[in-house]
Design a protein around this ligand. Structure first.
Ligand code: VAH
Length: 318
């Protein structure tokens, strides 16, 4: 049975992935870590939790050895908008933390997963049906760390034989955690505001298409890739995956099917709009389908239905 250490376990992906993995592998086999402990958080209370700053290489190695882990899922990182506001810190955390985690994986012969992002593409990447193998010249610090992370993980596989694996996530939408410092988080925030206020002001302009995915599909993708036959993984560290591509008015119209009086207007944030403009409109995920059977179950319609239902319950809104 796998013994998995998760960094960034209280973030958007981590807080749900820890619970998802504990259901599969057993509570005691998933060690959640994050830079601070939040008492009462299910990822803290339902199994082993350690306070871990991923920049503390010694502590990371100690935690991994103490729990005798064989798999590291490294999620701790700053997202795109925060990274653009604090580029030096973003490099330190996103690359320093990744390097420390790869070194522990190398020393303890662990399998390794860390996510890249559609943010690893730049303005001169083909925007529609973006190929798995194409030009990557991102113009954001987030994108620079994601491309660097992809090639660093390739290096650790080729040079040291570390079983590294990763996907390029699209924008992830979930009801479990509040929107964070991302560019795609408008697609999370809109559901909260639709239920709480019946209206939303989008900081991303109409007709700005971005790839998106509902969190259950993202969690399933991580576990499926980690369980996949290593010999079949050609693009092992950077699989394009996506479930849908939409722009803000499409999302608003889908919400209106459930909340007819919902209204949306725009107040574009130039920083996050510039980031969004540099990313693809839609990406091709045929390599992930061919090499490890990637499959997304949620589209805009069934995601919106589930998201509004689960969020209304969480916010205690009838
Ligand atoms: C962000 N949600 O907006 C993240 C993600 C593709 C977007 O990397 O920064």
């Amino acid at each position: 049975m796998k013994k998995i250490l998760v960094t960034g376990a209280l973030g958007q992906i981590g807080s749900e992935l820890v619970m998802h993995m504990r259901n599969i592998y057993g509570n005691d086999n998933v060690i959640a870590t994050d830079i601070r402990r939040i008492d009462g958080n299910p990822a803290v209370e339902s199994g082993p939790f350690e306070v871990l700053d991923v920049l503390n290489a010694k502590k990371m190695a100690e935690v991994a050895k103490k729990h005798e882990v064989d798999t590291i899922v490294h999620l701790a990182a700053l997202l795109s908008a925060v990274a653009e506001a604090k580029p030096v810190l973003a490099w330190e955390i996103n690359m320093g933390g990744l390097f420390n985690a790869l070194e522990v994986a190398r020393e303890l012969k662990c399998s390794f997963f860390t996510p890249s992002s559609i943010g690893a593409f730049g303005p001169n990447t083909p925007k529609d049906n973006t190929p798995q193998d194409t030009i990557q010249r991102p113009e954001t610090m987030y994108g620079v760390t994601k491309v660097s992370g992809e090639v660093l993980c390739d290096y650790y596989f080729k040079r040291f034989g570390v079983d590294t694996r990763g996907v390029r996530f699209p924008g992830l939408i979930s009801y479990a955690t509040a929107p964070g410092g991302g560019t795609t988080d408008y697609a999370v925030d809109i559901y909260y505001k639709a239920l709480e206020e019946g209206k939303y002001t989008s900081y991303i302009a109409e007709n700005t298409y971005m790839d998106m995915m509902y969190m259950p599909d993202a969690l399933n993708a991580i576990v499926t890739l980690l369980e996949a036959d290593s010999s079949k993984l050609i693009h092992r560290n950077a699989f394009n995956i996506t479930a849908m591509s939409f722009e803000p008015s499409m999302l608003a119209n889908e919400i209106k099917k459930h909340i007819p009086n919902f209204t949306m207007n725009y107040d574009v944030d130039p920083v996050r709009q510039a980031i969004a403009n540099s990313w693809p409109n839609s990406i091709d995920c045929s390599a992930a389908k061919a090499e490890w059977g990637f499959n997304a179950k949620y589209d805009l319609e069934n995601m919106t239905q589930d998201m509004l239902q689960k969020l209304a319950k969480k916010l205690n809104i009838r």
